[in-house]
Write a protein that binds this ligand. Structure first.
Ligand SMILES: NC(=O)c1ccc[n+]([C@@H]2O[C@H](COP(=O)([O-])OP(=O)(O)OC[C@H]3O[C@@H](n4cnc5c(N)ncnc54)[C@H](OP(=O)(O)O)[C@@H]3O)[C@@H](O)[C@H]2O)c1
Length: 266
């Protein structure tokens, strides 16, 4: 039987997930969106979904409740749902909010935590997941199937691993955008027009990611394959190696992980 879903918060990440579900053929009459904003409500109703401005009414028919509000709103939302919950599973996408906090605030241990990323908006998201043991395997499978409509999923046995997921795939799109930004700056410094520079860089990023995703070889092997001794690629990569590119990226990811750990500790 198709699960009845309620999204609490109808912003960017909720739209990415329910948009992906609708594109995959999920029935619109099985999705409810709860958001105080009439603008978010009209986005949902235009897609055939049910909209509520009140969270308690919105969960009455739900099997799975997806908490898609900003992290600082999660406690208030859980307290609000506390008296109205009736066996539903909560799936939270809020960064840095633990399943133990959600269980304490909501009164249910049926909690799954998900760390998505913004490419979910274009259906190539990467979602790291952790489930409280109180969630039964069939509900985990149902949540996994829902989320695969917007990208790939990976489940972790330790909730603390989600700090690493946040640092790598959660914040990761911004690192790639930063590299693109730097390469566009380089292209423009060589006299290439902005629009052309953007096209050269973005298509190259897309091509490299597509090759890496479809290849049996590691990114390192793919890099070595296109690096001829004494050639142009080697000239660039040698400079990056001398500047200890890997150590710099590792330190940047470690800073993101430490920040995620600090947010979870609050
Ligand atoms: N965007 C991402 O790529 C991304 C990645 C990883 C994790 N996340 C997590 O996803 C969550 C949502 O992020 P987002 O980018 O989708 O935020 P967003 O676009 O601001 O959406 C949140 C929505 O929730 C609504 N809202 C606020 N309080 C509410 C309440 N009490 N009940 C119901 N709805 C309420 C907001 O309405 P108002 O605008 O009127 O306040 C807004 O429409 C965050 O916790 C974030 O950590 C997002």
């Amino acid at each position: 039987m198709t699960q009845q879903l309620t999204f609490i918060g109808g912003g960017n990440i909720a739209l990415a997930i329910y948009g992906g579900l609708l594109e995959s053929g999920y029935p619109p009459d099985c999705i409810t969106v709860s958001d105080p904003s009439p603008e978010q409500g009209s986005v949902a109703t235009a897609m055939g979904l049910t909209w509520h401005a009140d969270n308690a009414s919105a969960i009455e028919t739900a099997d799975i409740i997806l908490i898609c509000v900003k992290p600082n709103w999660v406690e208030a939302v859980c307290q609000e749902l506390r008296g109205a919950l009736d066996g539903q599973t909560l799936v939270s996408v809020a960064a840095g909010v633990t399943t133990a906090q959600i269980a304490q605030w909501s009164g249910t241990h049926r909690v799954i935590r998900c760390m998505p990323n913004t490419p979910a908006l274009v259906k190539v998201g990467m979602m790291g997941l952790f489930s409280n043991p109180a969630v039964d395997p069939s509900t985990r499978a149902a949540v996994n199937s829902l989320l695969t409509s917007v990208g790939l999923t990976t489940w972790f046995d330790q909730e603390s691993d989600l700090d690493a997921v946040t640092a790598i795939s959660g914040s990761g799109p911004a690192y790639f955008f930063y590299l693109m930004e730097a390469m566009i700056t380089a292209a423009k410094s060589f006299g290439i027009q902005d629009a052309v520079a953007r096209s050269l860089v973005i298509q190259t990023a897309l091509g490299a990611a597509t090759m890496a995703a479809g290849s049996e070889h590691s990114p390192k092997a793919l890099r070595q394959q296109v690096t001829s001794p004494g050639g142009t690629t080697e000239a660039a990569c040698s400079l990056l190696t001398e500047a200890d590119f890997t150590a710099l990226v590792t330190a940047a990811c470690a800073a993101a992980k430490a920040r995620s750990e600090a947010l979870s500790a609050n």
